[in-house]
Design a binder for this molecule. Structure first.
Ligand SMILES: [Zn+2]
Length: 476
């Protein structure tokens, strides 16, 4: 079945800050058959790309003078295209205005340090993630009011949540233990009675075979020495302890429940605020491929979002799957079938796919060869390049020849490195096989879902796929 909605996630800087640049930007997407765009308007940099009256110190440079969303909306409407406002929810660059004003609103680990204290792949994390749970905090004082203001100002086709979750690629189990969460998590989970805080409520009988069978009377879960424990020990208990002293180590179940609750609660509060100011406004969300797994690891059990989100867009990116391209396609299709079930209470389901990750086989050997040459390791460069040398030769014989002549000495190395870099910056159209994109779209169409969203507009140029897409989707 042919796809009805053919969408792409698009950057905001790429659109420029003039009527002409925005018109050209939207026209370029329109030309290749895209009929819906998700444009980045609340940034991962913590900036707002609209002239916000409510948060003027967070407005991106130039967006106070030029009304970017209004211009995007005009250009999309002229062409019968949908415009969705892609808004980053829970992180704020390194130093977003919300974090500057309220550093206490950020996620904290057991040591009370923000996400920027974590090391990821050898480097400090450069994103400050914000706590979804704290009230008053980032969610109710900043994020929801920002979404509400946007919804009141613009008639876009949806408010699009992204990063509606806890961080996942670093320390998935370490957040959040901010002061608020540390105090509220035991209360939320019913680990202690407000009326009888010191009463242990041991069971009077313990008359059943399994200790956990005595759970209904809600014993005090916090250890008796809770008030004496230091911060890190409290956090350790909340993550690694047990509901029953002497029972199974099941405290993490409650830790994860607390996190999924607050992420879903944000979806609920956002929907209430958006629908209050614009009752017909749709809401969409970019989510991870398996809500059971993402519920455990990033607090995103998106099955629970259905009352608060109309359009579900799972990001079925290849880097979220193991194996070869063919293995990816098979697992991808299997995911979509499951997603149709998980998303059955949503109004619609579009499948998100990332363009760049389709081309691991063609791109990674080039990157590896380039790195090896930068380190002067000719043998490693030759070995890496071998995987793509015939393909490169087909599209750019001089680059392949330069790599062949590497053994000739340092000058040959410099020249091969320069040519390789050029090849990567200005890759000839066709080097990245459009066939992969077609096969991906075939699989989506086979599942009968309504739409696709491609990540992202810049990759269409980088991987030379605009004409392939136009051929596939047909000019609008
Ligand atoms: Zn917190």
């Amino acid at each position: 079945m042919a796809l009805k909605h053919k969408a792409a996630w698009c950057g905001s800087r790429e659109a420029g800050l003039s009527d002409d640049s925005v018109s050209e930007f939207i026209e370029r997407m329109h030309e290749c058959g895209i009929n819906a765009v998700f444009v980045h308007l609340k940034g991962g940099d913590g900036l707002l790309y609209w002239p916000s009256k409510r948060f003027p110190d967070a407005v991106a440079p130039g967006c106070d003078e030029f009304d970017l969303p209004a211009a995007l909306l005009r250009e999309c409407r002229k062409r019968g295209m949908q415009l969705h406002a892609w808004l980053i929810d829970f992180f704020e660059g390194t130093n977003g205005a919300a974090n500057q004003r309220h550093p206490e609103w950020s996620l904290r680990n057991a040591k009370n340090q923000p996400t920027t204290s974590e090391i990821l792949r050898g480097r400090p994390v450069d994103l400050t993630w914000m706590c979804p749970a704290r009230r008053p905090g980032y969610t109710d004082q900043w994020l929801v009011p920002a979404l509400e203001e946007f919804a009141a100002m613009y008639d876009v086709d949806s408010i699009h949540h992204d990063y509606i979750r806890y961080p996942g690629d670093m320390a998935p189990d370490q957040f959040c233990f901010c002061d608020y969460c540390l105090e509220q998590m035991p209360i939320f989970n019913g680990f202690v009675s407000k009326t009888y805080p010191d009463e242990p409520f041991y069971h009077e009988l313990y008359d059943r075979a399994y200790l956990e069978a005595h759970w209904e009377q809600s014993p005090r879960v916090l250890p008796r020495n809770w008030h004496l424990l230091d911060r890190e020990s409290k956090c350790r208990f909340l993550l690694e302890g047990s509901f029953f002293q002497g029972g199974r180590y099941d405290a993490d179940y409650f830790f994860y429940t607390y996190r999924t609750f607050w992420v879903t609660e944000f979806a609920r509060e956002a929907a209430a605020a958006i629908r209050r100011v614009k009752p017909t406004m749709k809401i969409s969300a970019a989510v991870f491929k398996n809500p059971i797994h993402s519920g455990r690891f990033i607090g995103q059990d998106w099955r629970q979002f259905a009352p608060y989100v109309d359009l579900c867009v799972p990001m079925d990116y290849r880097d979220h799957y193991p194996g070869s391209f063919d293995v990816y396609l098979n697992l991808f299709e299997e995911s979509i079938e499951s997603q149709k079930f998980w998303a059955r209470d949503f109004e619609s389901l579009w499948i998100g796919a990332a363009i760049n990750f389709l081309f691991f086989e063609e791109e990674r050997p080039l990157v590896a060869a380039e790195r090896a040459l930068e380190q002067g390791d000719v043998d490693a460069a030759v070995r890496s390049f071998a995987a793509v040398s015939e393909r490169v030769r087909k599209f750019s014989p001089p680059v392949a020849e330069a790599m062949d002549s590497l053994a000739a000495g340092p000058a040959a190395l410099e020249s091969a490195l320069a040519m390789l870099k050029d090849f990567r910056c200005q890759t000839p159209v066709g080097y990245y096989p459009a066939d992969k994109l077609h096969r991906l779209i075939d699989r989506i169409e086979a599942t009968g879902v309504e739409g696709i969203s491609l990540f992202c507009d810049a990759h269409l140029d980088e991987y030379g796929l605009r004409s392939a897409l136009r051929e596939r989707f047909g000019a609008n």
